[in-house]
Design a protein around this ligand. Structure first.
Ligand SMILES: NC(=O)c1ccc[n+]([C@@H]2O[C@H](COP(=O)([O-])OP(=O)(O)OC[C@H]3O[C@@H](n4cnc5c(N)ncnc54)[C@H](O)[C@@H]3O)[C@@H](O)[C@H]2O)c1
Ligand SMILES: O=CCCC(=O)O
Length: 475
C-alpha cells in the first residue's frame, strides 16, 4: 500500500512514506505492550497531565497541523483549524473526567464481603482510521484509551500519512512515553497480523462498511473486542410545522460540510409535501452559492474531494442513479478547476429500485424525497441498511424528539446541526457499526471491568458466603 500525500487541490505528490517492515511492526507491538504493563502501576493523574499537554501542543501548533490536514485531504483550512481545536477539547475533557469515569463502582450484594467493579486497562489497541477527519478520528480513540492505560498502534488511511505522523509527533512531544501511540504505515495483511498477536487486546476501526467487515472478521476470528464506526445514510426529516428558515439555513451546511465527506452528513432529505417545493428551491439556491477554490483561502467555501478515486467513484454513483431514473435538480456538471472538485448536486425521484436508494454517497450529493405523512417519513428514514445519525426539524421540539426516537439510528439531533463533543456518545446501529466512541460509554470500550469481592474470611453458614452450589456440610 502506497502511503502518499497528494494535494487534491493541485494533484501534486507532496510526500511519500515507506511502508513499515514486519520487524518494525513486531518491535512496535513489543514496546507498546511493555508500556501497557508499566502504565498499570502508574497513577492516572500522570497521564492526565500529559493529555492536557497534548491539547496544549495541538493548540500551539494549530496552524501547521491544519495546513497539513488540508494538504493531505483537501478540506477547507478553517475546517481543519476547527478539527484541531475539537481534538484539543476532547483531550482536555478526558484528561479532566477519566479519573472519575474510571472510579470503581460499588455493588450492593448478598455475597460475603464487599463487591466492586474496578476498571483496568486491557493491553494494546489496534486503531484503524479514515482520512476524512485526519486528527479527530485518532483522538476519539486515543484520549480515553491513553487515560485508562491502554497503549495504541495507529494505521491511518494511505492518503493522510502526513497528518498521522504529525499527530504521533505531537503525542511524543508532549512527553507521552514511547509506545503510547505508534503510527505505522501498515499493509492490510500487517493489520491482520497485528490483530492476531496476543498482545493486541482491542481493535477500533472507523471507515467504510467494507473495511469494517474485513477488520471485524479478523478481530472476531482472534476473539478480540472491537468497535466499528462505519458509514451512514443519515436522514434529515422536515416535519410539516418546521421553521423553514431554520431548515434552509442548516440543510445545505449539513450536506456540504467537509465537502460532504462526513459519515454523519445528512444524505437523505425527507420533506413533508407542504414544505417540499420551497425546500428544494432554497437548497438549490444555497448549493449554487458555494465558491470552489483553494482550500487554504478563507474565501473558498467548497473544497475539493479528498482524492481522484473518491471523485470518480461519486461520479459513477451519480451516473448510475440518473440512468436508473433519478432527476438531477441541480449540479452534476464539471467544475473547471484542476483539483478533485465535485459540484454540489441534488437528486430527486429516487425510487426504491434505484441503486442510489440504499448506497452511501460520500461527497456533496443530496437525495431529496417528498413524503405525505410523518409515518411515511419515519418509514423511509428507517428503510436503510445504515443507522448512524439523523436530524429532525419540527415546530414542536417535544414532538420532533418523539419522531427522533422512532428513527433507528445511534444519534439524532432535533432542530439543529449534528455536533460531536467528547461528552456525547458517538456511534451507530445496523451496518453503521457497533460500540460507541467518546463519552462515558467510549471510555469503557476497551476496559476490563473487573469484579473484586473482598471478604475477611469465608462464611459457610451464609448461603452466599461461598459458591451457592457448594454443599456447606460436605467434608
Ligand atoms: N461512523 C463513523 O464514525 C465514521 C467516521 C468517518 C468515516 N466513516 C465512514 O468511512 C468511509 C470513508 O472512509 P474510507 O472509504 O476511506 O473507508 P475505508 O474503510 O476504505 O478505510 C478506513 C481505514 O480502514 C483501512 N482499511 C480498509 N480496509 C481494510 C482492511 N481490509 N484491512 C485493514 N485496514 C483496512 C483503510 O486503509 C483506512 O485506514 C465512509 O463510509 C464513512 O461513512 C465512518
Ligand atoms: O465522519 C465522521 C465523524 C463526523 C462527526 O463526528 O460528526
Amino acid at each position: 500500500m502506497a502511503y502518499k500525500t497528494i494535494n487534491p487541490y493541485t494533484n501534486e505528490v507532496v510526500k511519500e512514506y515507506p511502508e513499515a517492515t514486519d520487524a518494525e511492526l513486531m518491535s512496535a507491538i513489543d514496546t507498546s505492550y511493555q508500556l501497557f504493563k508499566q502504565f498499570k502501576n502508574q497513577p492516572i493523574s500522570d497521564r492526565a497531565k500529559i493529555l492536557h499537554q497534548i491539547a496544549k501542543n495541538m493548540r500551539n501548533h494549530a496552524d501547521e497541523l491544519a495546513e497539513a490536514a488540508t494538504v493531505d485531504m483537501g478540506k477547507l483550512l478553517r475546517e481543519s483549524r476547527g478539527e484541531v481545536e475539537l481534538c484539543a477539547i476532547i483531550a482536555d475533557w478526558f484528561a479532566d473526567h477519566a479519573e472519575d469515569l474510571l472510579k470503581p463502582d460499588k455493588i450492593d450484594t448478598i455475597a460475603n464481603g464487599e463487591a466492586e467493579i474496578q476498571k483496568h486497562a486491557t493491553g494494546v489497541i489496534m486503531m484503524v482510521e479514515p482520512w476524512n477527519f485526519p486528527y479527530y478520528q485518532i483522538m476519539r480513540v486515543f484520549a480515553p484509551n491513553f487515560m485508562v492505560g491502554n497503549t495504541m498502534l495507529l494505521k491511518h488511511a494511505s492518503n493522510t500519512p502526513t497528518s498521522a505522523k504529525m499527530f504521533a509527533d505531537i503525542v511524543e512531544s508532549a512527553g507521552a512515553p514511547k509506545g503510547s501511540l505508534t503510527n505505522l504505515f501498515l499493509s492490510y495483511d500487517q493489520v491482520t497480523e497485528a490483530i492476531a498477536d496476543p498482545r493486541i487486546q482491542g481493535v477500533a476501526l472507523t471507515g467504510s462498511e467494507r473495511g469494517g467487515r474485513s477488520v471485524a472478521e479478523a478481530a472476531g476470528k482472534n476473539l478480540k473486542k472491537n468497535t466499528m464506526e462505519l458509514g451512514g445514510m443519515d436522514a434529515f426529516i422536515v416535519l410539516s410545522d418546521a421553521n423553514i428558515d431554520d431548515v434552509n439555513d442548516i440543510a445545505w451546511r449539513a450536506r456540504l460540510y467537509n465537502a460532504g465527506q462526513v459519515c454523519t452528513s445528512s444524505k437523505r432529505f425527507i420533506v413533508m409535501d407542504n414544505l417540499y417545493d420551497e425546500f428544494v428551491a432554497k437548497l438549490k439556491e444555497n448549493f449554487a452559492k458555494v465558491k470552489p477554490g483553494d482550500p487554504m483561502d478563507d474565501e473558498t467555501t467548497l473544497a475539493p474531494m479528498n482524492s481522484e478515486k473518491a471523485r470518480k467513484k461519486l461520479q459513477q454513483q451519480v451516473d448510475r442513479a440518473v440512468a436508473a431514473g433519478a432527476t438531477v435538480e441541480y449540479g452534476n456538471e464539471p467544475i473547471d478547476l484542476p483539483g478533485q472538485f465535485f459540484k454540489p448536486t441534488i437528486l430527486t425521484n429516487i425510487t426504491k429500485d434505484n441503486p442510489a436508494y440504499g448506497e452511501e454517497m460520500f461527497g456533496p450529493v443530496a437525495h431529496v424525497y417528498k413524503v405525505h405523512s410523518e409515518e411515511e417519513a419515519i418509514e423511509l428514514a428507517n428503510d436503510s441498511m445504515f443507522g448512524l445519525g439523523g436530524i429532525v426539524f419540527g415546530g414542536d421540539s417535544n414532538h420532533a424528539a418523539e419522531v427522533a426516537a422512532k428513527v433507528e439510528t445511534g444519534m439524532v439531533f432535533v432542530n439543529n446541526f449534528m455536533v460531536s463533543l467528547p461528552e456525547l456518545p458517538f456511534g451507530g446501529v445496523k451496518n453503521s457499526g457497533y460500540g460507541r466512541e467518546m463519552s462515558q460509554i467510549g471510555q469503557m470500550a476497551f476496559v476490563n471491568e473487573q469484579l473484586i469481592v473482598k471478604a475477611d474470611k469465608p462464611d459457610l453458614n451464609n448461603l452466599a458466603g461461598g459458591l451457592v452450589a457448594v454443599d456447606k456440610d460436605s467434608k
